[in-house]
Design a protein around this ligand. Sequence first.
Ligand SMILES: C[S@@+](CC[C@H](N)C(=O)[O-])C[C@H]1O[C@@H](n2cnc3c(N)ncnc32)[C@H](O)[C@@H]1O
Length: 349
Amino acid sequence: MENQEQKHKRRVRYSGTHPKSFQEKYKEHQPEKYADTVAKVIQKGSTPAGMHISICVKEILDFLQIKPGQKGLDATLGYGGHTLEMLKCLKGEGHIYALDVDPIESAKTRERLAGLGYGPEILTVRLENFANIDKIAAEYGKFDFVLADLGVSSMQIDNPDRGFSYKTEGPLDLRLNPEKGISAAQRLRTVSQEELQGMLTENADEPYAPEIAEAVVQQIKRGGEIETTTELRRVIEKALAFIPEKERKEMVKKSCQRTFQALRIDVNSEFEVLYEFMEKLPGVLAEGGRAAILTFHSGEDRIVKKAFKQLQREGVYSDVAKDVIRPSAEECARNSRARSTKMRWAIKA
Ligand SMILES: C[S@@+](CC[C@H](N)C(=O)[O-])C[C@H]1O[C@@H](n2cnc3c(N)ncnc32)[C@H](O)[C@@H]1O
């Protein structure tokens, strides 16, 4: 008996010495305590867990020309990397108001920045959608500078519980504020094939939108669940099984990225709130006030470019970026998430 048991004993799987899951990367979650580990991860061109590396910092600061005593708005606080650099420019005089819709990350950021000496006397953090900048300006007055760094932070993408990435198993949520609205899984339960196809095309230029929309809707009609990130990825893999094997892996990867992007834009009404923000932006800027916006895909950039150009023609802005500004090759090598970034700016007349 003993012998038999030994025979069937499985070799313990070697799990390696390096942490693999988001939670296991506890050192990266405490940048102040484990600065060496964090520095090594950044040097390798990766973003440490629980952190976000700010993009185009120099380009933004060069443009905004922040002076002590000014009042600014960071419409997308995130990890607070840009906010921190802008706060330094104030040299203790003036104020920054920072918005975010994410209650989880913005609370952590507020605490961390307060720990660095930037408390409520110089920084006000509000849990607010940037579509409501008019209300913020009505409360605090017009701003000398405004920054919006659109989309999601690395902390949100990397946390499997938020469901932003097809690469890790988690609930298919994708909400920037998980306490409001409906999750992506809930959205898929009632979406029609036609609507989903339109969503994939409009929000992410997905070339296989018809195939993916059909596969998703059929799966749900048959009573199959799509409640997790992996379940959605599997449906996409099946829908694209007709692609020759040599190209399939890469195609599936790209279609997964685009499908998750399209769903994220949908459940967070990202285009609608961006239109509203662009419309209200001139009204919250002081005369000569400067605004910089970072976008991450063509849909966002089109909205920003069109609004800036039209409002310049109407004399609302005295000047706008002629061409898009891209992060340097060196920055993209250091931070792969910078590769798709485009920056545009405008100056209020
Ligand atoms: C790319 S991150 C910002 C990173 C930040 N600039 C930094 O340096 O750490 C974008 C942030 O904007 C927030 N966000 C996205 N849409 C928003 C909206 N409509 N209103 C307010 N915040 C929003 C997200 O929750 C996320 O935290």
